[in-house]
Design a binder for this molecule. Sequence first.
Ligand code: C6P
Length: 404
Amino acid sequence: MFNIETIRKDFSILSRKVHGKPLVYLDNGATSQTPIQVIDAIVDYYSNYNANIHRGVHTLSQEATDKYEEARHKIQAHFNAKHAHEIIMTSGTTESINLVAHGFASLLKKDDEIIVSALEHHSNIVPWQMLCEKTGAKLRVIPMNETGELVMEEFDKLVSNKTKLVFVNHISNALGTINPIEDIIEKAHQVNAAVLVDGAQACPHLKPDVQALDIDFYVASAHKMCGPTGVGMLYGKEEWLNKLPPYQGGGEMIAEVSFEKTTYANLPHKFEAGTPNICGGIAFGAAIDYLNAIGFDEISTYEHDLLDYATKKLLEIEGLKIYGTSKNKTSVISFNLDGIHPYDVGTILDKMGIAVRTGHHCAQPIMNFYKIPGTVRASFAFYNTKEEIDILVEGVKKAKMMLS
Ligand code: C6P
């Protein structure tokens, strides 16, 4: 049973005050809050079995190794990967994307084409531009329309035998649009192109099945899923991960080292050089347990209700425009007040204890499309309430009065 009062008790931060007002945390797209169950896992690690992993024969090292590998298995089960070694632990979405982009440098040649979407976060644009510079491959972009959706007819025209890779986010961080990844994957696979789906904004809201979707690479960050910062994952199909060279050299990623020749470890260690974020990985596993215990169907139903409520209430404010109006979206509302800079709105809301993100949201091409400097973005999680949305709406009205 989804019980909002019980859930909110897991997040002590939600009862703090900011500028003397109760915190209304609506910046979940940037990072989610951390429940006590995950904090306990972090405290337990440092209090009881802090040690390096895969290295020691001593008890602490073995306990830490077992817990870390258990977390990998939890992630595997959550995303329904075929093998645990298809889950690479990284520092987050950005590193996961860079790892794949680095690997493809040796697989691409001049005039190959890679396709990204107009709705991408900079993390899913810049590494591919760097890859194009290195290899001479060309970047093609699936355009977006006014409602913040991808123009799929244009994608159909872009895909060709030259296409080697397609990169698209599952859900846009700036607008909340859920992209038609099934269609994109099917069409990309018809020309044997690999598909990387950036799941940073999707994973807090839904549970992707990487086998059912036939995804080649899927990436996510723990900190948007009630886990800690500095840890995330890359799922890659075994055959693709085997084709890619290691990302970084160092300890743990080798089989044998000599000055004449080094051979690399098997998956997943080939991509995990150096001491990882051990505690973070274990806490990521705890966060996945936490979200699954609540249930993604329940989370999705509750958040959609919040989204509908907030959309209706905000649109009652004269001069307020919402960017990203797809019917297929998650609980993100990007908006502006006519003639008022989003930064000013965000600053006034903060004085009222309301945390929203303002600016271009690391998605400048989207802002350029709408010809705006940025938006105010309220992004809701399953621990937010309609009462908090009412406070946001009143806050926006006050901000409008003060700034008009
Ligand atoms: N978006 C936001 O406020 P990292 O920083 O590596 O955990 O995630 C990067 C990233 C990649 N893709 C998408 C779709 C994202 O939303 C993000 C992070 C945050 O929207 C911080 S910029």
